[in-house]
Design a protein around this ligand. Sequence first.
Ligand SMILES: [Fe+2]
Length: 144
Amino acid sequence: MEKLEWNKDFETNIRIIDEQHQRIFALLNEIIDFCEQNLISTIETEEVIDELDNYMTLHMMLEEYYAKRYKFPGYNQLRTEHEIFKNLYKTFRYYFSRETRPKELSSGMIEHINIILAEWLKNHIFTIDKEFTVFMQDKNIEII
Ligand SMILES: [Fe+2]
C-alpha cells in the first residue's frame, strides 16, 4: 500500500490547517504500517483508528466553524465532502471492529484505505480546502 507523503503542494499557508493535515497523514500512515505488518487485530491499531476518528472530527469542525462564520461560498460543498468522509470512515471502522475484523487484511480494507487516501483526502485538500484557505487569507481572517 502506498503511504502518504507530505509535500509543498499540500500546503495551504494556514499553519493550524497544515499541521492538522500533516497529523492526519501521519495517523493514516500508522494504520498502513499496522496493516502491512498484519497487526490489524491489535489494541494499538484500534487506538490509532479511534485517534484518527476523533482528530478528523475536530479538524472538520474547525473548518466548518470558520467557513460558516465567514460565509465561505463553498460551505455546503465542504460539509458534503465531510459527510462523505464520515461515511467512508464508518465502513472502515466496521472492517476493524472487534466483532468483525478478519485475521488477514482483506481486499475490501485495502480498497477502503486507498479510497480514503487517494480519492478523498488528497482531493479534498487540493480542491475545497485550498479554496477555503485562499478565501480566508483574502479576507485576512486568521484561524487559531
Ligand atoms: Fe482539511
